[in-house]
Design a protein around this ligand. Sequence first.
Ligand SMILES: Cc1cc2nc3c(=O)[nH]c(=O)nc-3n(C[C@H](O)[C@H](O)[C@H](O)COP(=O)(O)O)c2cc1C
Length: 236
Amino acid sequence: MVQTATEWSQETIARCVSCVVRSRRAVRAFKAEPLRRELVEEILEDAAAAPSGANIQPWKVYVVSGAVKDALATALVAASRAGTAPAPAHFPEPLPDVFRARLHDFGARYFASLGIERSDAAARTRQTERNYSFFGAPVGLIFSIDRRLKPHSWIDLGLFAQSVMIAAKARGIDTCPQVAFAPFHDEIASHLQMPPEEITAFGMSMGYGDFEAPVNQASMPREGRHDFARLLGFSP
Ligand SMILES: Cc1cc2nc3c(=O)[nH]c(=O)nc-3n(C[C@H](O)[C@H](O)[C@H](O)COP(=O)(O)O)c2cc1C
C-alpha cells in the first residue's frame, strides 16, 4: 500500500487540505507577477495523481504563456466580436428552477461586484470578453479530451482540473476554471494545432490573484451539507 511519508500528524494534514480546498475561489483579476515554469510543472505533476475510470487518464492540457497566450487571446477576442462561434449552450433549456435560481444569484453577485447593472448589456459583454484574455493572468490553460470518449471520462477531466486548482492554491497560486472557451474550439484547435480527435472542454486562468480588485471580492455561497447530502446507516 502506498502511504504518505510525512512527519506531519493526520490532524495537521487535514487542516492544511481543508484550508486549501476552502480558500480556493474563482479569481478573475491577477497581479502582473509572472508564474515560474517550474511551479507550473510541479502543479501538473501533482494533478497527474488524479483518479480516472480504469486509469485511462484522458486529460490533455495546453499551457500557454507570454506571446503564445497573447496571440491566442487576441484571436479569441476577435472571434467573439465577429460572432462566429456557436452561442454558448452550457446549460439545458429549460434549466430546472433550483439551478436557475442559483444561476441568477451568481450573475447578480458577479456583476454587482463590478458595479455593472443588469440592464447594461454592453458592460456585461465586455466583462465576458475578459474570459478570452484569461482575465489578465500570466498563464492560461486549455483542457481538452478525446471526443470519442463518453461523459464518464469527462468526469476524469473535471477531477484532473480540480487537482490542478488545489495543487496551485497550495502554492499560493490562483485559478479560474472557464467553460467560456468551449464554444471557441475551432479557433483554439487551429491555434494550438490540436489533433482532430481532441475537443476543447474548458480553459483556466492561472496566476497570483489581485485581491484588491473588486471582482475578486464577490462571495459565492454554498448550500449547506444538509441540503445536498443524506447520511444513512450511521449510529447517532
Ligand atoms: C466547469 C466550470 C466552468 C466555469 N466557467 C466559468 C467561466 O466561463 N467564466 C467564469 O468567469 N467563471 C467560470 N467558472 C467559475 C464559477 O463561476 C465559480 O466556480 C462559481 O461561481 C463558484 O465560485 P468560486 O469558485 O469562487 O467558489 C466555472 C466553474 C466551473 C467549475
